[in-house]
Write a protein that binds this ligand. Structure first.
Ligand SMILES: [Zn+2]
Length: 201
């Protein structure tokens, strides 16, 4: 069994923010303490309601990315509606932070992970957004909430994490259970010899 490759970085990613804002603030505190930068896939409507929370992320050096406006399942929408979801979110994030996101992760991975939706890919391309998926779903969205550390352990103990890319992105959400468990996750990843990075290095 090959040893885990230490030249591949682990990227912490958080979907559905900036709400819940108190969980977000706790996540940012933990990332500060651990000196780790993460990528946040934000919902446009949440950014519109909490521009300060989006700014907090930018101020702390995290990547801001697009997760659509309303968490719609994109392939159920018309192409103009899809484009509108993405475009309005780009605008809301830019208005709040001055940052133009360069990455889009569709809610539920719909239109990208299993079946590719050409209208969605076209809409993202028009906005210079690269599509993003994930290497491991931590299942933190399940009931009871919290990062499934057993899944993360199994992932890193597997013969080799299966992502073919040079990074391993872990999917989490802005939830209280995730905020609670984040330090443990960081320690676990470090104990396996992986470093943390961002999509661009
Ligand atoms: Zn989501």
């Amino acid at each position: 069994m090959p040893a885990p490759s230490t030249d591949r970085s682990v990227i912490l990613t958080f979907d559905d923010g900036p709400e819940h804002v108190d969980a977000l603030e706790s996540i940012v505190d933990t990332l500060d303490r651990e000196r780790v930068s993460a990528c946040f896939f934000l919902l446009g409507q949440g950014v519109d309601r909490h521009p300060d929370a989006a700014r907090l992320l930018a101020d702390h050096g995290h990547e801001l990315a697009n997760h659509g406006w309303s968490h719609a399942r994109m392939p159920t929408l018309s192409e103009p509606e899809m484009f509108d979801e993405l475009c309005r979110t780009q605008e809301a994030i830019h208005r709040a932070t001055g940052v133009t996101p360069r990455r889009f992760r569709p809610p539920y991975g719909a239109g990208w992970i299993n079946e590719k939706c050409p209208e969605l890919i076209r809409s993202a391309a028009r906005l210079d957004l690269r599509m993003a998926a994930w290497a491991l779903d931590t299942y933190d969205w399940r009931d009871p909430n919290g990062i499934r550390l057993d899944r993360v352990t199994a992932f890193f103990q597997g013969s080799q994490p299966s992502a073919c890319d040079d990074h391993l992105d872990l999917l989490m959400h802005v939830l209280h259970g995730t905020a609670r468990d984040l330090s443990q996750l960081v320690a676990l990843v470090r104990s396996r010899g992986f470093r943390f990075g961002g999509y661009d290095g």
